[in-house]
Design a protein around this ligand. Sequence first.
Ligand SMILES: C[S@@+](CC[C@H](N)C(=O)[O-])C[C@H]1O[C@@H](n2cnc3c(N)ncnc32)[C@H](O)[C@@H]1O
Length: 245
Amino acid sequence: MEVLAGESNMVAKVRENGVLYEFDFSRVYWNPRLSTEHERIVSLLHRGDTVVDVFAGVGPFAIPAARRGCAVLANDLNPESFRWLQHNAKLNKVDQKITTSNLDGRDFIRGPVRERLPALMKGSQKIHVVMNLPALALEFLDAFKGLLDPEPDQSLSNLPQVHCYGFSKENDPQRDVVERAEASLKTNLQGQCSVHLVRNVAPNKEMMCVSFTLPRGVLYKTHTQDRDTSEEPCPKKQKCEDSTN
Ligand SMILES: C[S@@+](CC[C@H](N)C(=O)[O-])C[C@H]1O[C@@H](n2cnc3c(N)ncnc32)[C@H](O)[C@@H]1O
């Protein structure tokens, strides 16, 4: 991005769905075409829920969620996004509701999220995990595999609801993103997830959101995961191999 004339200042003030954000346009991600999607996810939240935003940017899910009375864990790897996320939390007077991290998404899930999840899952308020990095987020789902040690009372657990974004250029984008989520999680999601078309990004390229409850068998370590499972084929591979037989 280049300033053609005038002062070389890319700091913008933007209002989306009634919330004010400030950020340096040249250093962070911002897409006004996502306002409806931000609103859709925020409309699913209730006071007291927890939101885990793995790729938070400058806060368009995290800040409205906190304003709605949710506790938020928000992360972004880009130090500039992280700085503006913290700035926007203060600007909107919700910094007490948001805990920020500046980590790679996988480290965030395996660090701060893993630490907080067992206590949150003992409660009854919903836990929503938002993963908006559509080029890669489906691949990050593997970070949830065997994240927690099994607990004796795990049947009572309140399992997190994941909203994971992906681009697709396939003829059946819905099926494509579900299969890619299944391949990362090494589990079957058929009949256990919903898929939302977010927007058409380019001719033959869709942005999709797959939502599902994180399966218990994915989240908890099993005896087989303690052994070497590197030879196990993923469900997608298995399907491909089956179809060639
Ligand atoms: C598509 S933007 C989404 C930002 C915001 N959630 C939104 O909806 O507008 C993806 C964000 O992920 C961040 N990011 C990219 N790679 C990452 C990684 N490996 N770990 C954590 N954050 C990452 C980028 O800095 C960017 O802010």
